[in-house]
Ligand binder design. Structure first.
Ligand code: FMN
Length: 198
């Protein structure tokens, strides 16, 4: 089983980094192969260049796909499950991860009707895990959980993933109150990978 974590947080002192460590341990216990795209540590380029925009905006498939994007395509090709892990910033993922979608989901590969072009494979399971300062009850009350799920699950993961789930680990402003429950939820999420990929 090959798991890819697309991780987006700049600091090792963060709670999101602790969640990454917990996930790594839980995945290690299962003896699965794990690869991590650590977008900040690798200084992943999140801005689209003018040439990339030409390619994307006008479906000019003859223009080259940058090497760093092709490297992400190779990781995706190997994956049975992709986990996106990030903190909620202004009701969305950090710009770094948004830039990953902008650039890695290139036209002809992740969307667009094209013949004879290498297509993104359908990934068996996609799991979105985000940490959030507000409690889940508040995010749900103001309709924000629903909006975030709609964008991440329905649009960004979309039909590219056979099964998909989103876990919002909310309430981090009062961390000591939520940490134990979060850990349980992370362990349950890893169990779900087992079920979906059995
Ligand atoms: C720039 C910024 C924007 C944030 N926006 C939100 C937000 O819109 N909703 C929310 O619930 N929490 C928000 N937070 C709180 C983070 O989600 C929270 O700090 C994070 O999930 C857990 O902390 P960590 O940075 O230690 O991993 C924001 C934090 C920062 C730094």
């Amino acid at each position: 089983m090959n798991i890819l974590i697309v991780y987006s947080h700049p600091s090792k002192k963060s709670y999101t980094f602790q969640v990454l460590e917990q996930l790594k341990q839980a995945i290690k216990k299962q003896n699965w192969d794990l690869e991590i795209s650590d977008l900040y540590a690798s200084s992943f380029q999140s801005d689209m260049s003018e040439e990339e925009y030409e390619r994307e905006g006008f479906a000019k498939l003859n223009l080259p796909i940058p090497k760093d994007v092709l490297a992400e395509h190779q990781k995706i090709k190997k994956s049975d499950c992709i986990i996106f892990l990030y903190p909620v910033w202004w009701s969305d993922c950090p710009a770094k991860l948004k830039g990953w979608f902008d650039r890695v989901y290139s036209v002809g590969y992740a969307y667009g009707q094209t013949d004879n072009f290498p297509k993104m494979k359908t990934i068996p399971f996609g799991l979105v895990i985000c940490t959030a300062g507000h409690p889940n009850s508040f995010l749900s009350e103001i309709g924000m959980s629903q909006s975030m799920e709609k964008i991440m699950i329905e649009d960004r993961l979309g039909k590219r993933f056979e099964n998909k789930e989103m876990l919002i680990l909310g309430g981090t402003l009062e961390l000591e109150k939520v940490m134990a429950d979060h850990l349980l939820q992370i362990e349950k999420a890893v169990e779900k990978i087992k079920i979906y990929l059995a």
